[in-house]
Design a protein around this ligand. Structure first.
Ligand SMILES: Nc1ncnc2c1ncn2[C@@H]1O[C@H](COP(=O)(O)OP(=O)(O)O)[C@@H](O)[C@H]1O
Ligand SMILES: [Mg+2]
Length: 258
């Protein structure tokens, strides 16, 4: 059974002066536990796809189903992680992490144990009572990840969550996120414009093109790369040939260097 399905999804943004055709005829599906990357240039509609899946906007045409039900009926099942961490500066890390359970009126004490365990897994035990301003960018993103995971979402939407970090922090965080999502058997969609990141982290890469946003090609990531950590994946002999093929596809679509 497919877990998440998009069928012929199109989207227009309307404004006073006209409309933008952001997406045209997007169809793909994910199995439970699968990790898919949406890769493409800025403006090709990647974030629009995530907003539709999250139920934040409604597609103009087509269907989005989570476990065979329209996505609007299962809003709480979605976890979102963005480039900016949106941690509340006046709350400690642990209180930031417990915002979800509080909003959903779940007994905070039970969730506190889960939160403490997860903060340990990402190496934030020592700073859990600190405020976000005292943490580095990488630490803040780890806290944001725990805040998302603690709600036990059925699907995780990652919108360029590593793109504001320095290279080394980014690689380390890719490893950590990859490991955590595998351990918790999470289904995830990663939006990125970084080919290496898409190959190193995902099972499948959907390459997008712009005007209007659509999927131009799908690449399966070889099992050997999928089983390696993102850092080791980049050293695997099968990594560079796939990188070159994906590069070619993106370059062909965007018409090379302008
Ligand atoms: N709220 C909006 N109103 C009007 N146009 C929008 C809005 N959000 C995005 N767009 C347009 O839709 C297209 C796709 O945007 P987006 O999904 O943000 O792309 P990406 O995430 O790949 O950079 C772009 O042309 C963008 O300008
Ligand atoms: Mg975007």
């Amino acid at each position: 059974m497919s877990f998440l399905t998009l069928e012929h999804v199109s989207h227009h943004y309307f404004s006073k002066t006209g409309y933008t055709k952001a997406l045209e005829d997007i169809s793909f599906s994910l199995k439970e536990g699968e990790f898919v990357a949406l890769l493409g240039p800025s403006g090709c509609g990647k974030s629009t796809i995530l907003s539709i899946i999250a139920g934040i906007i409604k597609q103009t045409e087509g269907k989005v189903l989570l476990e065979e039900k329209p996505i609007q009926e299962s809003k709480l099942a979605i976890g979102y992680m963005l480039q900016e961490d949106y941690l509340f500066p006046w709350k400690t890390i642990i209180d930031n992490v417990l915002i979800g359970p509080k909003i959903n009126q779940k007994p905070t004490n039970e969730w506190k144990d889960t939160a403490i365990k997860m903060l340990k897994e990402v190496g934030l035990t020592d700073v859990q009572n600190n405020y976000p301003s005292s943490l580095s960018g990488g630490m803040r993103q780890r806290a944001a990840l725990v805040r998302t995971l603690v709600n036990d979402p059925k699907i995780l939407l990652l919108d360029e969550p590593f793109s504001a970090l320095d290279y080394q922090t980014k690689l380390k965080l890719e490893d950590l996120v990859g490991k955590l999502l595998k351990n918790y058997h999470k289904t995830a969609i990663l939006v990125t414009h970084d080919i290496g990141e898409a190959i190193a982290m995902s099972d499948r890469i959907l390459v997008m093109r712009s005007n209007p946003g659509s999927i131009s090609k799908t690449f399966e990531v070889p099992i050997e790369i999928r089983q390696a950590t993102p850092l080791n994946a980049r050293k695997h002999p099968k990594y560079q040939p796939l990188f070159d093929k994906v590069w070619e596809e993106l370059d062909r679509r965007e018409g090379g260097v302008k």
